[in-house]
Design a binder for this molecule. Structure first.
Ligand code: AVI
Length: 322
């Protein structure tokens, strides 16, 4: 990340925290959970037995590898597989392995905000699959994608795994899909994971695990405010609380103040008062069904081409065209 970018992020962190903690009801954006510690906690979450999403998507990619590979392929010119938010590529490797073993003509372009993630994934892939061409790019999704749009005329497959779209409210999700559509041509595909509505208890357990990793993940927002903005939040005085509305499919995370208190944040020159049991809303994790995905796609000018689901029907990867 360039110096200018990190300054921009610091400034927006300050501004957003100020806004979120002086608004009623209070809120903080979940994107700020992901510093180095937040990234590690999220890796731990993905290995939790309660957090079914990762295994379900892994199963989909394992069960339907050949069908997905054939769908992505252009036998004449090959294709570019562009993964947004590639992380450690654990799930993608199932597909990459199959594509490599069967000599598909493709280039894998992982995009991630973290240079570390790109470097270790590229190294790891060159050891595991030496015949795959990997062209990793560090950066914000849309900056990199805009460059790629003019770069190449062959088929692009954009891949966004992990139901990351679920962290966006519907209007923002439509904006995100629209931006992706805008850089697609008619031959391109968008392959995206959407966690599905299911037994509400299963959803609640996934976001309120028995070992407290999700609680630490959620509270990392307060840790960051303490460290980066000179806050004096006492983490023990906040409770992680998850609710799931099966009607709307929205899981919401909160931090709840267990007593009345004042919190000072020196970099903001701010004193924040909490009443007992006052909340900070921190994250949404939307669960979907076909109708809602259809509506989001149509609103963004995309069509559902096909979809793949895991055996339990917990999770779906949709393939969109423009
Ligand atoms: C990254 N995102 C899709 C995760 C989710 O399921 O909403 C973040 C997360 N929050 C709590 N657990 C995992």
């Amino acid at each position: 990340m360039s110096v200018n970018n990190s300054i921009a992020i610091d400034v927006s962190f300050k501004t957003d925290v100020h806004k979120g903690l002086t608004t009623f009801p209070k809120f903080l954006y979940s994107k700020y959970i992901y510093d180095e510690k937040g990234d590690k906690l999220f890796q731990e979450i993905m290995n939790l037995p309660e957090y079914y999403l990762t295994n379900c998507e892994f199963d989909i990619l394992s069960l339907h590898t050949e069908e997905i590979a054939q769908l992505f392929n252009d036998p004449d010119k090959g294709f570019d597989l562009i993964e947004l938010g590639a992380g450690d590529g654990k799930k993608t490797k199932v597909l990459l392995g199959h594509l490599a073993e069967n000599d598909f003509n493709f280039v894998y372009k992982p995009i991630d905000i973290s240079q570390n993630a790109i470097d270790s994934l590229s190294k790891n892939l060159s050891e595991e699959f030496p015949n795959i061409t990997v062209e990793g790019e560090k950066g914000m999704y849309f900056e990199v994608l805009e460059q790629l749009q003019h770069y190449n005329s062959r088929k692009k497959v954009l891949m966004v795994l992990g139901s990351n779209i679920g962290n966006l409210l519907h209007p923002k999700a439509i904006d995100f899909l629209t931006k992706l559509k805008d850089i697609m041509s008619t031959q391109d595909f968008l392959f995206m994971g959407f966690d599905q509505k299911k037994d509400p208890q299963i959803v609640l357990d996934a976001y309120n695990d028995a070992t407290g990793v999700t609680e630490a993940f959620n509270k990392n927002l307060l840790t960051r405010i303490n460290r980066e903005l000179g806050g004096d939040f006492n983490l023990e005085k906040f409770k992680h609380w998850e609710v799931y509305n099966p009607e709307t499919g929205t899981a919401k995370s909160f931090l709840v103040a267990t007593e009345a208190m004042d919190v000072a944040i020196s970099a903001l020159d701010l004193n924040v008062h909490f009443d007992a049991w006052e909340t900070i809303h921190t994250e949404i994790s939307q669960k979907y069904d076909d109708k809602v995905v259809q509506w989001l796609a149509e609103s963004a000018g995309l069509k559902i081409h096909t979809s793949f689901e895991d055996e339990k029907g917990f999770y779906k990867n949709y393939v969109f065209k423009r």
